[in-house]
Design a protein around this ligand. Structure first.
Ligand code: C5P
Length: 263
């Protein structure tokens, strides 16, 4: 599958509009481990469903969707990050694409491949995400900030690997990163801003506060104290709050279905 010639042929087919479902990584029939597994039936059905539901509802609209978890370097080999898998952002992008939107997918490191038909921008740190997000901001209609942006980064820029020799402990000083959404909220004209809020308690109150403080139109709240949904999981259960007071709660469902409710 990874052979250059296979990849080239697949790219060509993709350019011609052929869509691929999968493959996945895992144990292969030949006894090796790698990329090349047929995707699970359930996933194939979902993907086909999205393709069949392709609509023009969002045609002409340009989205900026961020996903993944930023990495803040401690030294050249270590970093501070979080548990974001990037799945929610990926499914949101696929849903927007299926409805005819153009999507700029601004991605921090994540566990799943990014959506195929988006304009991909890859970053690593919160600062890089901030710069790229604000650069494309003037040209988009909707921003969905599904990325888990680190709130802090190590203050000291260390160029060499920190050694454990002669150290009993290591103290890191962390400084706040710029709040991308809040910055956009200040400078927005036409843009519809969607934020996410992950909290372990008082989830709704805190989310309402964030929506107000950051100047958002909508915020998606998930309760990350639950183990069966949220970070890393294929499933989620969210409450969607609107600026005008509207509120909608989804049942626990596959993130693909949750992304439909949000879109
Ligand atoms: O304030 P809090 O980090 O809980 O807000 C979460 C929302 O704000 C998410 O949508 C996240 O992507 C966004 N955010 C941001 N810039 C940061 C931190 C979070 O845009 N530095």
């Amino acid at each position: 599958y990874l052979q250059e010639v296979t990849q080239k042929n697949m790219s060509l087919l993709e350019e011609r509009g052929v869509m691929f479902l999968g493959p996945e990584e895992g144990d292969l029939a030949c006894g090796e481990y790698g990329v090349g597994r047929l995707i699970e039936e359930e996933k194939a059905i979902e993907e086909i469903d999205v393709l069949l539901r392709r609509s023009t509802q969002l045609k002409g609209k340009k989205f900026l969707i961020t996903a993944g978890g930023t990495r803040e370097p401690i030294d050249p080999v270590r970093f501070v990050t979080n548990r974001s898998s990037g799945k929610m952002g990926k499914y949101l992008a696929e849903e927007a694409l299926a409805r005819g939107a153009e999507v700029i997918f601004l991605k921090a490191p994540m566990n799943v491949p990014p959506p195929v038909r988006s304009h991909l921008i890859e970053v690593e740190t919160a600062q890089e995400m901030y710069q790229e997000a604000l650069r494309v901001f003037p040209e988009v209609d909707v921003v969905v900030m599904a990325a888990a942006v680190s709130d802090f980064y190590p203050a000291e820029k260390v160029e060499e690997k920190i050694s454990k020799k002669e150290r009993k402990e290591l103290t890191l000083t962390l400084l706040p990163t710029p709040d991308i959404l809040a910055e956009m909220g200040k400078g927005k004209e036409k843009q519809f801003l969607v934020g996410f809020s992950a909290e372990t308690d008082q989830a709704l109150e805190r989310a309402r506060e964030k929506m107000r403080d950051k100047g958002l139109n909508m915020i998606v709240v998930n309760d990350i104290s639950r183990k069966d949904i949220g970070f890393g999981s294929e499933f989620n259960q969210v409450t969607i709050l609107h600026q005008d007071g509207g509120q909608r709660e989804t049942p626990r469902a596959h993130k693909r279905l949750i992304s439909r409710a949000i879109m």
